[in-house]
Design a protein around this ligand. Structure first.
Ligand SMILES: C[S@@+](CC[C@H](N)C(=O)[O-])C[C@H]1O[C@@H](n2cnc3c(N)ncnc32)[C@H](O)[C@@H]1O
Length: 220
């Protein structure tokens, strides 16, 4: 397992039913079962070929009735919403699409590849309580959003944009990401053929990134 998956899996809470949505190899479901974090793990993937990889890894657990493979879009092929739903390695809009048509699960572990801000706004709008929301680095910067489907929470616009733990308790990984974003903005601004609108957007991004760096750097 990669460090990314180890970090994500370390946030899986204990429950009865667990779903590894977009499971691909099925490493997260395997981790949950091996570590006694669930009694039954659903593995779902929209791609038959991907699901087959997980079916190979989890052959014994499937034969024992502890793992249930379903080839479907998100959770659409399941007859219940599992206690904990893990969705990792997908775009934020795809994650929202998967969670939209159902009540939120009791617990969720989400690792959007992009549009983490949209995922946060969606979760808060649906009454979720977010307990972990931070950036970590494993060759790339990743956002991890963990919480409960109920309980309610309020997020400021900055927390929606950057992640609450990143602002309240900034890590070196997050500071490095902000520095990386700032440098990217500087590079983009060197392009003389940018439209006025794009230039203003990048300048605004740079300004916000610098404001965060100014606020968090003494804490690192
Ligand atoms: C990049 S892989 C991530 C695999 C694993 N979750 C991880 O984090 O390493 C994305 C997987 O999600 C699957 N996928 C994409 N959209 C999906 C959807 N709407 N429902 C179920 N699976 C989906 C893809 O087929 C692929 O196997």
């Amino acid at each position: 397992m990669t460090r990314r998956l180890q970090i994500i899996c370390s946030y899986i809470p204990k429950g009865k039913t667990f779903a590894d949505v977009g499971c691909d190899h099925g490493y997260c479901a395997k981790y949950a079962l091996d570590n006694g974090l669930c009694e039954v793990a659903y593995i779902t993937d929209i791609s038959k070929a991907s699901l087959q990889k997980a079916e190979t890894l989890l052959k014994g657990e499937i034969a024992a009735g502890k793992c249930i493979p379903v080839c479907c879009d998100g959770l659409s092929g399941l007859d219940c919403v599992p206690d904990c739903v893990l969705i990792a390695g997908m775009g934020g809009e795809e994650i929202i699409h998967i969670l939209s048509d159902l009540p939120l699960p009791e617990k969720f572990v989400l690792q959007p590849m992009k549009n983490a801000d949209k995922v946060r706004a969606f979760l808060i709008g649906r009454g979720a309580k977010i307990s972990t929301d931070h950036t970590f680095y494993d060759g790339k910067y990743y956002d991890l959003i963990v919480g409960d489907g109920a309980g309610g929470d309020t997020y400021s616009d900055w927390e929606i944009a950057f992640g609450r733990d990143n602002l309240k308790n900034p890590s070196p990984d997050f500071a490095n990401r902000m520095e990386h974003d700032r440098e990217e903005c500087i590079k983009l601004l060197q392009n003389t053929s940018l439209s006025r609108e794009s230039r203003e957007e990048i300048l605004d991004r740079k300004k916000r990134t610098e404001a965060i760096l100014n606020a968090i750097t003494p804490d690192i």
